[in-house]
Design a binder for this molecule. Structure first.
Ligand SMILES: *Cc1c(COP(=O)(O)O)cnc(C)c1O
Length: 433
């Protein structure tokens, strides 16, 4: 019998070999860093040469329980032994249970499952159009500097010119309005407007939280004008602020916010902890309409939406977050993190302009590059230069536009690990003065 010999492991400058494969065979639509990863554990990740990095980017807010979490592995193995996929022509327990779990965190309503954030938002656009269809309303207003994904609908909804360029004509029916400005939103409404979509915290736009007044003002506007208030919680959701959704953190204890409900919420990223799953929640009733019933049989679907495997993983992540009290951990450690980052603003005011965010979604805005001795010599954006320096120092963070970089660590990262990261970030920022 012929033995099957496994291929020899790539050891000889594996990083260069892998990068060559990418250069030859992968569509170059991403600006990638010169890092090639092999494996991870918790908030640590190792490159193919065996160098360890502290991951404060969390796969861009995806790895909610860090890398190679044993309970995610267990959920994957257990469920894949039972049932990986049945089509949405049938019922199965994990999808029903996951929908129930999400509803419990958001309020009366229903959930649709899909595979990504762009697709979750896409479902909300279709919901809004169906809701307004008989009155001829279809227009969705979004914020300048927003980000809603890379499909044609997503780039049409996104309030940033750079994602649209070269892909025109865009999907009609989207307009963009300054963020955190209720009057601007009110002034922008037209008879065709049916919904407002915003991020609770703008992520790609540089970590800019919505204010409580803005959220309450938009709710009032939507109630007055029979509009849907839709929230994109793809990046800022899933306990990243210490509450399930960012609006719950922003509005906690705010007078007049007690009964606040959005009409739809998009989710993805951290929901599956790295397993691709997205979802949107839609409120049960609003404006005298059973909103959760608007997308009836045959109106919307996706082959892989809410598979047993994806839902089992997402359910296990909810279990771990709740069992281990990670929301409270994110709140207290996030407050500590904000104080530490605030200290860097005080210490290096010529390098750091401002720190924004909550919990484990925080952004550091740098001063203009020309005024920072350590960055002025290069044409590269300040954010990219600092992120590169941090890579050299063994820390992964995520650029956010040209001026900011973000920390989106795993929800279970320890305070000691964060402290290690902050110390290095402080050293790098200090070295630029
Ligand atoms: C990442 C992101 C999306 C898009 O999610 P994909 O899974 O990449 O499609 C949409 N909205 C926000 C706020 C995001 O951060």
């Amino acid at each position: 019998m012929k033995e099957i010999v496994p291929p020899p492991p790539l050891i000889h400058n594996e990083s260069a070999e892998v990068r060559e494969l990418f250069a030859k065979y992968v569509v170059p639509s991403y600006g990638r860093f010169d890092l090639t990863f092999s494996h991870g554990a918790g908030s640590q990740v190792w490159d193919v040469a065996g160098r360890r990095y502290l991951d404060l980017g969390g796969g861009i807010a995806v790895c909610s329980l860090g890398h190679a979490h044993p309970e995610i592995t267990e959920a994957l193995v257990e469920q894949s032994r039972r049932l990986v996929h049945v089509s949405n022509l049938y019922h199965h327990a994990p999808q029903g249970r996951l929908a129930e779990r999400i509803v419990r965190h958001l309020g009366p309503g229903k959930v649709f499952f899909c595979n990504s954030g762009a697709e979750a938002n896409e479902g909300l656009y279709k919901l809004a159009r169906k809701f307004g269809h008989e009155e001829g309303r279809f227009e969705i207003l979004t914020a300048l500097n927003s980000f809603h994904g890379r499909t044609l609908g997503g780039i049409s909804a996104t309030g940033q010119a750079k994602v649209k360029q070269g892909f025109e004509p865009l999907v009609p029916g989207f307009r963009h309005v300054p963020f955190n400005d209720v009057d601007a939103m009110r002034a922008a409404l037209s008879p065709a407007t049916v919904a407002i979509l915003i991020e609770g915290i703008q992520g790609e736009g540089g970590i800019t939280p919505a204010t409580a007044e803005y959220l309450l003002g938009l709710r009032q506007l939507c109630d007055e004008r029979r509009l849907l208030l839709l929230l994109d919680g793809v990046q800022c959701g899933h306990f990243r602020t210490g509450a399930f959704q960012s609006f719950q953190r922003i509005l906690a204890g705010v007078p007049g916010a007690e009964g606040f409900q959005p009409d739809g919420v998009a989710m993805a990223k951290s929901l599956g902890g790295g397993f691709p799953i997205g979802a949107f929640w839609v409120r049960g009733h609003v404006h005298g309409v059973k909103l959760a019933e608007v997308l009836g049989p045959g109106t919307h679907g996706t082959t892989f939406g809410g598979t047993p495997l994806g839902c089992a993983v997402a359910l296990r992540i909810f279990d771990v977050i709740e069992r281990d009290g990670l929301a409270a951990h994110v709140r207290s450690t996030g407050d500590w993190l904000a104080a530490q980052l605030g200290g860097l603003v005080q210490k290096y005011p010529t390098v750091v302009k401002e720190v924004r965010g909550f919990g484990f979604i925080q952004g550091i805005e740098l001063q203009p590059r020309a005024g920072i001795p350590g960055l002025a010599g290069s044409e590269k954006p300040a954010s990219l230069q600092v992120v590169n320096r941090l890579h050299e120092a063994g820390i992964l963070t995520i650029p956010s536009g040209t001026q900011s970089f973000r920390l989106l660590p795993a929800l279970n990262i320890s305070r000691a690990q964060l402290a290690e990261g902050i110390e290095t970030i402080g050293q790098i920022l200090g070295s630029l003065t």
